[in-house]
Design a binder for this molecule. Sequence first.
Ligand SMILES: [Zn+2]
Length: 206
Amino acid sequence: MPQEHRAYSSKWMPDLEIISDENWTSISTLQSILEELEHRNSNRARLLKLRITERLNTLSSHQENNTSNNESNTESINIRILTCLSCNKKIRVTFPFGGNQLKCPSCSIVMNVIEDENGHIYITEQAKSSEQSFDTRKLTTEICFQILGVQKNSSPREIKTAYRNKIKEYHPDKVSQLGSRLQEVAEEESKQINAVYEFLKNNGMA
Ligand SMILES: [Zn+2]
């Protein structure tokens, strides 16, 4: 990488005046130069600090006026590597990204991602998935038929058969070779199928 493309650093760019034209258009580079200048008290440093602050103001107001063009603005794009809470897979994430939830491409769990005002990224607990919020109080016969995959006018016998076939798919013996997350999903599915069958029995349909 040519020297002039890098951010200012006292180690290898001792002259405070050396900021290439390209770096004058880069918010992140200017911010890092400004940080470096905070540790300096010379007149040159103070002058440069003023110029950079002014420039940053111009750039950020320009950025606000072009919100529709944000995607083409590489300065606001920031790539981080996050670690999946469940399978420890390293996930490459581009910030800012839409929403605040991240789905692991490997094990499919969904995590809440929070970025604080200093740009630090935190992954908090796993977001609640829809099957975990399954509420038996909201069951209707229509939902039950749909979950079991049977027609509305099915006989109790057909419903029982559908139930047995469904519950077999998620039997612990069948999913024991799968990852822990998938076993959890299977357990949730089994609970749901059992609840549905129970509901139909209580309503005299199975
Ligand atoms: Zn994962």
